[in-house]
Design a protein around this ligand. Structure first.
Ligand code: GDD
Ligand code: MN
Length: 384
């Protein structure tokens, strides 16, 4: 068993990306030093610097007097933006936990230790400093109503799409701490600024905690976040959607369902118009075919992480899928009938039926047909 008490000499690596922050690094380091003085933990600051101004020479001077500071300075072609700066920092960091914050004092350093203690107390894989909590926090630093609106809209969009990001109220936060081992065996492929979303979507963790903080206004230099960062975020989300099987599963399921409607209507039309099949039989066969095509596509797109191991399992699931789909159709018809009975317009009644049928179908598919496999504990050979 592991014990989570802290050794006196525990060192917390802090990854600090810098891009032209010459006025900020000195006051920042002063504050970080103050936060850790008298604490039982030690820290190591890892500056990952892409600056084109005097920032790196200032950091070098600081490092001369402060053994806690290390710098990775990137030049020329190595300067590939904030996302890769974080990854570089994670690779170089040695410790149980890693803390990330900005180097421009918009993230008040006193929360570093608060997050560390929260992580230890709650045994959390990730602790997030959130601008949006009921217990306080704020986003004063987001200049202007426009940026505030965009930030909140993006937050709801991300959380609507990706269930995993709902464990926090601030998935776009740049101020957080995590256990390094949640990244074991994980390859991060972020773009843009939102490294936390990338971690939440790909890492292996259970518990997420959050603490409130106030995002302070920037005093020196300028924010590097621009409209192009917003586009970059959308590209990042799209990439996650494509490469993480469980990302946006419900959306994938609905897209496949939509394709099923096309298959269904297409076959119905062909059978009736070209093959002179009776409308009832044509309907039934078209429905059966569309369920089959949904099944195949769901295997490929929606549940690509839960593939069948054998042909027998594939067939068993197909039978299950036909069964649950038929049940769902009955429910759909029942809702439609009840809707009309209580006086709904028939189109509205049909629409409500489809809505509930889709949800029910998704739940049955996820919980029964493609249910999550119980993870077997991994034994080492000598234990057997
Ligand atoms: N190494 C490196 N390379 N650092 C960079 C780069 C880069 O290309 N671009 C920006 N940085 C550094 C900045 O020096 C700063 O320390 C930090 O990354 C964030 O950049 P800002 O320009 O200050 O971003 P922001 O204040 O608009 O937004 C930040 O805070 C938000 C609230 O937590 C970001 O962290 C957002 O992701 C976050 O939502
Ligand atoms: Mn900032």
């Amino acid at each position: 068993t592991r014990n989570h008490s802290i050794e006196k000499d525990m060192i917390l690596p802090i990854v600090l990306p810098t891009y032209n922050e010459k006025e900020n690094v000195l006051p920042l380091m002063k504050e970080v030093d103050r936060v850790f003085s008298g604490k039982r933990y030690d820290y190591e600051v890892l500056f990952v610097d892409d600056s084109s101004d005097e920032t790196p020479s200032i950091i070098r001077q600081l490092a001369n007097d402060n053994r806690h500071i290390r710098m990775i300075h990137r030049e020329g072609k190595e300067r590939t933006g904030l996302a890769t700066a974080f990854i570089r920092g994670f690779e170089e960091a040695n410790g149980t936990y890693i803390c990330c914050l900005d180097s421009d004092l918009q993230h008040p350093p006193k929360k570093i230790v608060v997050m560390l203690e929260e992580a230890i107390a709650e045994n959390a894989g990730i602790v997030i400093a959130s601008r949006y909590t009921t217990g306080g926090g704020g986003s004063q630093g987001l200049d202007g109503r426009y940026r505030k609106f965009i930030s909140i809209a993006l937050r709801y969009f991300v959380q609507a799409l990706f269930v995993q990001t709902r464990k926090t109220t601030d998935p776009g936060s740049g101020y957080f701490l995590f256990k390094k081992n949640i990244l074991d065996g994980v390859t991060l492929q972020p773009r843009g600024f939102k490294i936390l979303i990338e971690i939440m979507m790909r890492a292996n963790y259970d518990k997420v905690s959050q603490i409130p903080y106030t995002f302070l206004p920037r005093k020196n230099e300028e924010s590097k976040a621009t409209a192009s960062q917003g586009i970059e975020l959308l590209k990042h989300l799209w990439f996650i959607f494509q490469t993480v099987p469980s990302a946006g599963r419900f959306v994938k399921f609905c897209l496949v369902g939509g394709s099923g409607v096309v298959v269904n209507l297409g076959f119905l039309y062909i059978f009736v118009e070209y093959l002179s099949v009776g409308k009832t039989v044509a309907w039934l066969v078209a429905v059966m075919l569309s369920i089959a095509s949904n099944y195949v596509l769901n295997n490929i797109f929606t549940y690509s992480d839960r593939k069948s191991f054998s042909r027998a399992e594939y067939v068993k699931k197909l039978v299950q899928y036909y069964t649950t789909s038929s049940l769902v159709m009955l429910v759909n018809f029942a809702i439609y009938s009840v809707g009309i009975f209580i006086g709904f317009h028939y189109i509205l009644a049909a629409f409500v039926g489809i809505l509930f049928a889709t949800l029910l179908n998704y739940i049955l598919a996820t919980k029964i047909v493609w249910k999550e496999r119980v993870k077997m504990p991994e034994y080492k050979l000598e234990e057997i």
